[in-house]
Design a protein around this ligand. Structure first.
Ligand code: DGY
Length: 321
C-alpha cells in the first residue's frame, strides 16, 4: 500500500477504536507507525483490555503474560493466524477474532495472476528484454504453459480455494482437483474432485497452496513432494511461506524438477535481497500482497475492529475463531 492507502485502513480502524475508547476500554493497536520493535510492543501492551493486531509479531505466552489479567480479546486483521498462539488464548479465556472471507476475491485474483505470470514466464521475459537476449528466430522460443485444458490442484479448498476455482473455470481448465481433510459440499457445483495430497501432486499441472500453516502443513512441500510433481508443473503459493521447504523448492526450480513457481509468500518475510529465489528466472515473486487492495484492506480493518468491540462488549463477534 502507498502511505495514503495504509493511512486509510489505519484511520478507519482508529475511528472504530475511538468508539471503543468512548466505551472506556484500554486498547493497544499494533503496529503504530513507525513500526515498533517487539520490546516496544511488550512495553506498551501491559494492562490493556483488548489488542488490535495488524502485524506479524507473535502473540505468544510472553506477549500474553506481559498484557496481563485485563486482556479480554485479541483481534487480528488477517485471515491467517499462525503468528498467534490460539491454544494459549483459549486456555486463558481470551476471545479471538480474525478476518476471513472478506479477502477471498483479492487473494484469488493474486493466485490467478501468479498462475498466468509463472506459466507465461513473465519475470524471465522481462529479463530477456533487459539483457538483450530476445531471440527473433524460432517458433519454439520462449514457450510457456496453458491454463486451458490443464489440471489444477488446489491444496486447501476453503473460501479462497473455492474463489480461485471459480475464476479458473473461466479459463477452461481441464480438471479441478483439491486436497484437504475431507470433501467439501461446495466442490460439487464447481466440478472439483477430492483427491489425496499425493494424487494431487502427481496429476496437477498447476498446484496452488491455499491451506493454513500449522504443524500438519509445515514444509509439506518438501523434496519428496517435488519429486512427485510433473516436470511441467507450476507451484503457486498464496498461503504461508512455511508450508514450503524453501531450500528444496530452490533445488527443484534449479534442476527443472518443476517448471516454475509463483510466490506471494516466502521465508522469511521480507525476503533478504541475497536470497537464491531472486536469481531464479522461473520464479515470480510478490511481497505478500494477496489481500492488499484498498477495498479489501478496508473491509479487513472494519471487521477486525468489529470483532474487537464485540469481544470487549461481550456481544457475539462477527468472525470469531
Ligand atoms: C491474511 O490475512 O492471512 C493474509 O495473508 C494477509 O496477511
Amino acid at each position: 500500500m502507498t502511505k495514503g492507502e495504509s493511512d486509510l485502513s489505519f484511520s478507519l480502524c482508529h475511528q472504530y477504536l475511538a468508539f471503543s475508547s468512548f466505551l472506556r476500554y484500554d486498547v493497544y493497536v499494533c503496529p503504530e507507525l513507525p513500526y515498533p520493535t517487539r520490546e516496544q510492543i511488550l512495553d506498551k501492551i501491559s494492562g490493556v483490555d483488548g489488542v488490535y493486531w495488524c502485524c506479524k509479531e507473535k502473540v505468544d505466552k510472553e506477549m500474553l503474560d506481559k498484557a496481563g489479567q485485563n486482556l479480554k480479546v485479541v483481534s487480528t486483521m488477517s485471515a491467517g493466524f499462525d503468528h498467534i498462539d490460539v491454544q494459549e488464548l483459549k486456555k486463558r479465556g481470551i476471545k479471538f477474532g480474525h478476518t476471513p472471507n472478506v479477502l477471498n476475491s483479492a487473494v484469488a485474483e493474486i493466485a490467478v495472476l501468479l498462475c498466468l505470470a509463472t506459466a507465461r514466464r513473465l519475470h524471465e521475459g522481462r529479463l530477456k528484454i533487459e539483457t538483450n537476449t530476445w531471440e527473433i528466430s524460432g517458433p519454439q522460443w520462449f514457450m510457456g504453459q496453458d491454463i486451458q485444458g490443464s489440471t489444477v490442484g488446489i491444496v486447501g479448498f476453503g473460501g479462497i480455494g473455492q474463489a480461485i476455482a471459480k475464476r479458473l473455470i473461466a479459463f477452461d481448465v481441464g480438471q479441478l482437483i483439491y486436497s484437504g481433510h475431507s470433501p467439501k459440499p461446495q466442490a460439487k457445483e464447481l466440478g472439483a474432485e477430492f483427491v489425496s495430497f499425493d494424487e494431487l501432486l502427481k496429476r496437477s499441472d498447476f498446484v496452488i497452496i491455499v491451506c493454513p500453516l500449522n504443524e500438519e502443513t509445515k514444509e509439506m512441500f518438501n523434496e519428496a513432494a517435488f519429486n512427485k510433481m510433473k516436470p511441467n508443473a507450476i507451484l503457486v503459493n498464496v498461503a504461508r511461506g512455511g508450508i514450503v521447504d524453501q531450500p528444496a523448492l530452490i533445488e527443484a526450480l534449479k534442476q527443472g524438477k518443476i517448471f516454475g513457481a509463483g510466490l506471494d509468500v516466502m521465508t522469511p518475510e521480507p525476503l533478504p535481497t541475497d536470497s537464491p529465489l531472486l536469481s531464479l528466472p522461473n520464479c515470480v515473486l510478490l511481497p505478500h500482497v494477496g489481500s492488499a487492495t484498498i477495498k479489501t484492506r478496508t473491509a479487513m480493518a472494519i471487521l477486525a475492529a468489529e470483532n474487537l468491540i464485540a469481544g470487549l462488549e461481550g456481544t457475539p463477534m462477527p468472525a470469531p475463531f
